[in-house]
Design a protein around this ligand. Structure first.
Ligand code: PLP
Length: 423
């Protein structure tokens, strides 16, 4: 078969873009070549509806072993009793949990998208907001942080069936123990979505949600540095609280059975066994001693970058970061997030525009930008490289309309990145 030059020349161009640029998108990373090899393997050909040992297709003996390996490694990595590695994405992992735990119209309480939450936690444009009655907590304007007393107050007022903690743009750690106290007080299921900090939690560098939250979801492609995908975990399996029982014995279903049923056949058809193999490879990498060093450097880099930005007069929401990410309000620089994203992208420094809490602007033209250090740390950046990156960012933002600055920075960025080879 001849190779499709139209597609493969575009992939080559994308590889060059990734090699030459500084990647600051907080939700991205660079997987190992082994992860890419597993994803680009013959496993993409295999149908395997069902779960290891219980499939609706023949010829699943090899993929059964692969999926079981992914489950076992994930359980070991997070100290989980249960894991489902089939969700095709983080949003689908969350949708499966909603399907498992809620009836249409039930109330949920999640972190507001406008303050850094995710669409799949109840936004009206998403399944989670269309079919359920979503309520939200946010951060305090003065501190940029979640006030747990306010969350408790809101939970008492709303009486939600499910509380969701976790975010896409929140640079502080989460108090999962307090969230559980609140969930228990109002009789809610507690879901933690650790899509962003999962790799840092796996490294033992941030609070661990598994002992406190009933259910934990994540993506596998952000700080966890695996293929694009989703996962669901439980620290401990438990009898479902919805009264569902086996006909013959009258015994309650375990939550694991309900969650598995919500993923397949509830939300999805056949699992992507090539992606599950790549997840297994990534989890194996996260189980090595080097993973903790990677995680520590991600946080050191984020803190160095936040400090360098503060030193140059930038306003970081909450004043700093505990994890890999930060949200910057550019209002005092007289530049909006879209202008900054476009000009920096032209200099091959990639990040995304982002609403900031209490933003007076719109999602397409917000006041802020979001930065993360997971990808540059994989490239080999240390703190001094992050400070240098802030200097480039600042040069462009200070002179946002000047194409000569963009061009000069782009040249410097390309020369610099040649020192950090990729693939
Ligand atoms: N949950 C959180 C907190 C996220 O930040 C994201 C993605 O950015 C998702 C879920 C959704 O993941 P996916 O894009 O894989 O559906």
């Amino acid at each position: 078969m001849s190779r499709d030059t139209a597609v493969f020349s575009l992939i080559e161009r994308e590889l060059e873009r990734q090699r030459n640029g500084i990647e600051l998108i907080a939700s991205e990373n660079f997987t190992s070549q082994a992860v890419i090899d597993a994803m680009g393997s013959c496993l993409t050909n295999k149908y395997a509806e069902g779960y290891p040992g219980k499939r609706y297709y023949g010829g699943c003996e090899v993929v059964d072993e692969i999926e079981q390996l992914a489950i076992d490694r994930l359980c070991e990595l997070f100290g989980a009793e249960y894991a489902n590695v089939q969700p095709h994405s983080g949003a689908q992992a969350n949708a499966a949990v909603f399907l498992a735990c809620l009836k249409p119209g039930d109330k949920t309480l999640g972190f507001s998208l406008a303050h850094g939450g995710h669409l799949s936690h109840g936004h009206p444009a998403n399944f989670s907001g269309k079919h359920f009655e979503a309520h939200f907590y946010g951060v305090e304007e003065a501190t940029g942080m979640v006030d747990m007393d306010k969350v408790a107050e809101k939970a008492r007022e709303v009486q939600p069936k499910m509380i969701i903690c976790g975010a896409s743009a929140y640079s502080r750690d989460w108090d999962y123990a307090r969230f559980r106290e609140i969930a228990d007080e109002v009789g809610a299921i507690l879901l933690a979505d650790i899509a962003h900090p999962a790799g840092l939690i796996a490294a033992g560098l941030l609070n661990d949600p598994l002992p406190h939250c009933h259910i934990v979801t994540s993506t596998t492609h952000k700080t966890l540095r695996g293929p694009r995908g989703g996962i669901i975990m439980m620290g401990k399996d438990f009898d479902n609280p919805f009264g569902r029982v086996f006909k013959k014995s009258g015994k309650p279903f375990k939550m694991s059975r309900i969650l598995n049923g919500a993923v397949f056949p509830g939300m999805q058809g056949g699992p992507l066994e090539h992606v599950i193999a790549a997840k297994a490879v990534a989890f194996g990498e996260s189980l090595t001693p080097e993973w903790k060093e990677y995680g520590k450097q991600v946080i050191k880099n984020a803190q160095a970058m936040a400090q360098a930005l503060v030193d140059k007069g930038y306003h970081i929401i909450s004043g700093g970061t505990d994890n890999h990410s930060m949200l910057i309000d550019l209002s005092n620089k007289d530049v909006n997030g879209t202008q900054a994203e476009d000009a920096l992208n032209a200099a091959h420094i990639t990040l995304n525009k982002n609403m900031v809490p209490f933003d007076k602007k719109t999602a397409m033209n917000p006041s802020g930008i979001r930065i993360g250090t997971a990808a540059i740390t994989t490239r080999g950046f240390t703190e001094a490289d992050c400070v240098k990156t802030v200097e480039w960012i600042d040069r462009i933002i200070q002179d946002i309309e000047n194409p000569a600055v963009v061009e000069a920075v782009r040249g410097e960025v390309h020369a610099f990145m040649a020192g950090f080879p990729l693939y």
